[in-house]
Design a protein around this ligand. Structure first.
Ligand code: GLN
Length: 272
């Protein structure tokens, strides 16, 4: 039988920037306890069945699987979301987009669309923060929409309309006060895609043509037909794509285009 402290020591076998945290999160997941419990009971013996489960998850983590896939959960904004291999794992960078959306001078009952919603992260954060907004989320992947649907059902039932289809395709004839999206924006040949956790995430949620701009450009070009007068478009993008994305928005006719930086100080969200 091993102690909590002994099992956390398995972190030494992980090749991860967050090895100690990964081990804590996985052990807590198996124990069904909060992380503070680990610090209160470091010498406690762990039940052998739980230890076996934890060792199995640590072995999969060592093979590169993201922690969020092993627990099936990821915190985003104030929400705990279910995530699977069918969706991008929500990143803290995207919370910058949510914070910006909540600052915009929008009508009380704003109509909002989140394109390529994945797990539903942005749509659900906005719907829970603004109970009067009418939020619609689209995704081309039925498997991703199923995950978003389960998250919506658990976190704010009946609040988000989920539609299957690519970007604006399911929204023909509709107009919104705010359109938001975190589309794929990584260059198709980027070595980043071959390393670490992203290998286990859907390529369709990450890669977007030779310069990573294919989907950003499609959304920017088509957005004006779906945005009400005085409405806004906010797009997440790569940290070196601020300039081209500002140009895409200006070409599409958006005014007062500017960019916000993420928590790491990198250009991440452009809006107009
Ligand atoms: N920021 C993510 C990454 O670098 C990419 C997210 C996206 O393409 N929308 O892994």
């Amino acid at each position: 039988m091993s102690t909590v402290r002994g099992l956390l020591g398995l972190a030494a076998g992980l090749d991860s920037d967050s090895a100690a945290l990964d081990a804590e999160v996985l052990l807590c997941h198996c124990l069904d306890k909060p992380r503070s419990w680990l610090y209160t009971w470091p010498e406690k013996n762990v039940d052998p069945a739980i230890e076996a489960r934890y060792r199995e998850l640590m072995a999969r983590r060592a093979a590169g699987h993201p922690v969020a896939h092993l627990t099936g959960r990821r915190d985003f904004w104030s929400l705990e979301l279910e995530v699977t291999a069918d969706t991008l794992i929500p990143r803290p960078d995207t919370e910058t987009l949510v914070a910006w959306a909540l600052e915009l001078p929008l009508p009380d009952i704003a109509r909002v669309a989140d394109l390529g919603t994945g797990s539903g992260a942005i749509a659900l954060a906005l719907a829970t923060e603004r109970p009067r907004w009418a939020v619609t989320a689209t995704d081309a992947s039925a498997a991703a929409l199923a995950v978003a649907g389960r998250n919506a059902e658990r976190l704010c039932p009946g609040r988000v309309r989920l539609l299957e289809g690519s970007w604006f395709a399911p929204l023909a004839g509709e107009r919104f006060d705010l359109v938001v999206s975190n589309p794929p924006y990584v260059e198709a040949g980027d070595r980043h895609l071959a390393r670490g956790d992203v290998r286990f995430e859907p390529r369709s949620a990450l890669a977007a043509g030779p310069e990573g701009l294919d989907d950003l450009s499609h959304i920017a070009r088509n957005a004006p037909a779906y945005i009400l007068p005085g409405g806004y478009l906010l797009l997440e993008h790569g940290c070196d794509q601020g300039e081209p994305v500002r140009a895409l928005l200006r070409q599409a006719g958006f005014e007062a285009v500017n960019t916000r930086r993420d928590l790491g100080g990198l250009e991440r969200i452009t809006g107009g």
